[in-house]
Design a protein around this ligand. Structure first.
Ligand code: ATP
Ligand code: MG
Ligand code: MG
Length: 551
């Protein structure tokens, strides 16, 4: 395959290394622990950790925890698990922006002493009015020219919790007429009397994202601080803080386009709403675009990484077809998932010419072209199950399954011929009586009447009872998130189907969470980590064999 051309971030890093401006690449992935990670974060993880790997550097995991009310330890732990599951290792300890609160506070004092920050008592509404608009310059706050002493004293009072929330803020003193609104004396500290999951009740003031982010990067020696395009307008502010503070290093911010996927929501706030309102079964519901949801669904981490490589890194916003993600999942599973048979809608077949006390052990390959997978043993017995769909009393030539008076091959076993359909009072077929055709293991029938098709089956006496969960897209609208629409209205009511009495081949009794299987003719499946019990495993359908979604 031809080498993929370098994307713009790779080009920047390569140039920085070649020019000697950067010795060791240090990147960071900076999630806020206010929810679970989603497919968009996977792109950021693959990029940040990927660049460190590729250029022999390190990537830090830093929790950007400056909003105590929304953050907690559950999210911290889930995020760590997701990054590791994706196959990445962070350099050094897990870091927290809150580890730098003292340092950031000292730097706020530095700005005040330099006349570059002031305590402002405007109410939020007043501040908005003073801020101006895109076409009108803002006006200076009446508190802008407070003396250094007064600012130091008031900021100290803010720190000690002597003001109420919202009573005042600390602002950088930059330029109220700047065309870039982010430079119009932005807030750098606000009062929050909230308990923080990491620093407890130590602080009653918290730094803003803009004041915390670049300085944390500098403290950690981050060389390339990669974020999404929304932050492009914040870059002048990022640079202003770095230039006006005695920071130990000079990090630089680069922006790339965030990942959007059709039929998918990538907003933590909305995903949280789906969880909180019970539209889904938690953050790790297999229909969720969260990393934990995709893991539970059976998406392999390699497939997510391959997807992130395939979509590339650019500076132009676009929407990626969810089919590309599904392609990556299918492609990986086809090559790596062992095969198995499982009957989802069982129909009993009695083989009238096969002794009821006989068991033959049929052999089947673990994978059609991988000899590193062990062979499966399939007990063949007097009664079997096949899919209800695989039998008809009558059918035209296109139907290549079992029909009364006709033959079909049972995969990895005999050819059989159907003689009689037994029905219940409602006229539904509840059993098929059939015969095996002798001497057809791996051979065509000697009478020359060949079966038209091959169907899967399991022994009705030697199998594993299981539940199977079939998933479809959570949203039936290609852009559930756009144009002021209510995304809840776009929820697909048929996105989960539960089949309670499925019959799987007994080799699946050894299935473990994290294993993947192709159930022949049905799709790719994995053991559900939440609802499986020893007595009754539950298998999630990860994805169908082919793309069957109506385009
Ligand atoms: P959300 O908007 O879903 O709440 P966020 O940006 O607030 O996401 P963070 O926890 O701050 O969430 O994100 C951590 C990192 O992941 C950031 O660097 C952010 O830019 C990146 N990121 C978040 N969403 C996407 C996305 N859709 N595509 C690419 N990167 C993303
Ligand atoms: Mg964020
Ligand atoms: Mg956000």
């Amino acid at each position: 395959a031809p080498e993929k051309p370098l994307h713009f971030i790779q080009q920047i890093i390569r140039k920085d290394i070649e020019s000697g401006q950067v010795q060791q690449v240090v990147t960071r992935f900076p999630p806020e622990p206010n929810g679970y990670l989603h497919i968009g974060h996977a792109k950021s993880i693959c990029l940040n950790f990927g660049m460190a790997e590729e250029f022999g550097g390190v990537c830090h995991l830093r929790f950007d925890d400056t909003n105590p009310e929304k953050e907690n330890e559950e999210y911290v732990n889930a995020i760590k698990a997701d990054v590791q599951w994706l196959g990445f290792e962070w350099g050094g300890p897990v870091r927290y922006t809150s580890d730098y609160f003292q340092n950031l506070y000292d730097w706020a004092l530095h700005l005040i002493r330099e006349g570059k920050a002031y305590v402002c008592d405007l109410s939020p509404d007043q501040a908005r009015e003073y801020r101006g608009t895109l076409t009108e310059p803002g006006r200076n706050s009446p508190y802008r020219d407070r003396s250094v002493e007064e600012n130091l004293e008031r900021f100290e009072k803010m720190r000690r919790g002597e003001f109420a929330e919202g009573e005042c803020v600390l602002r950088a003193r930059i330029d109220m007429a700047a065309p870039n609104m982010n430079l119009r004396d932005p807030i750098i500290y606000r009062i929050k009397k909230a308990h923080h999951h990491h620093t407890g009740d130590t602080w009653s003031i918290y730094p803003s994202y803009d004041f915390a982010h670049g300085q944390s990067d500098a403290l950690e020696g981050i060389t390339h601080s990669i974020c999404t395009l929304e932050f492009e307008d914040h870059r002048p502010l990022y640079d202003w803080f770095i230039e006006n503070l005695p920071v130990p290093a000079r990090p630089r911010q680069y922006e790339f386009a965030r990942l959007n996927v059709n039929y998918t929501i990538t907003s933590k706030r909305k995903l949280k709403q789906l969880v909180d309102e019970g539209h889904v079964d938690g953050w790790d519901d297999p229909r969720m675009p969260t990393i934990s949801g995709m893991r539970r669904r059976g998406y392999p981490p390699e497939a997510l990484r391959n997807f992130c490589t395939a979509i590339g890194v650019t500076r132009s916003d676009s929407v990626v077809d969810v089919g590309m993600l599904e392609y990556a999942v299918r492609d990986h599973l086809d090559k790596n998932a062992p095969r198995a048979m499982c009957v989802l809608h069982p129909l009993k077949v009695t083989l009238t010419n096969y002794p009821s006390d006989r068991i033959e052990e049929m052999r089947a390959p673990g994978h059609p072209n991988r000899d590193d997978f062990s062979e499966r043993v399939l007990p063949f017995t007097h009664t079997l199950y096949i899919e209800q769909d695989d039998f008809r009393e009558e059918a035209n030539k296109k139907y290549k399954r079992l029909v009364l008076g006709k033959r079909v091959r049972l995969r990895n076993a005999y050819v059989i011929e159907a003689d009689e359909a037994i029905k219940n009072d409602e006229g539904e077929v509840i059993e098929v009586r059939a015969r095996i055709i002798e001497d057809t293991l791996g051979k065509d029938p000697q009478d020359g009447v060949k079966p038209k098709g091959v169907i899967h089956w399991v022994s009705a006496t030697h199998h594993l009872n299981c539940e199977v969960r079939l998933y479809d897209r959570l949203f039936s609208d290609p852009s559930p998130d756009s144009g002021g629409k209510d995304f809840l209205q776009a929820i697909n009511p048929d996105s989960l189907k539960i089949l309670e009495s499925c019959k799987a081949e007994i080799s699946l009794a050894g299935a473990k969470v994290g294993n993947h299987f192709q159930f022949e003719r049905s799709g790719y499946f994995c053991l559900d980590s939440k609802y499986s019990t020893i007595d009754k495993p539950v298998f999630n359908r990860t994805i169908e064999l082919r793309d069957t979604w109506a385009k």
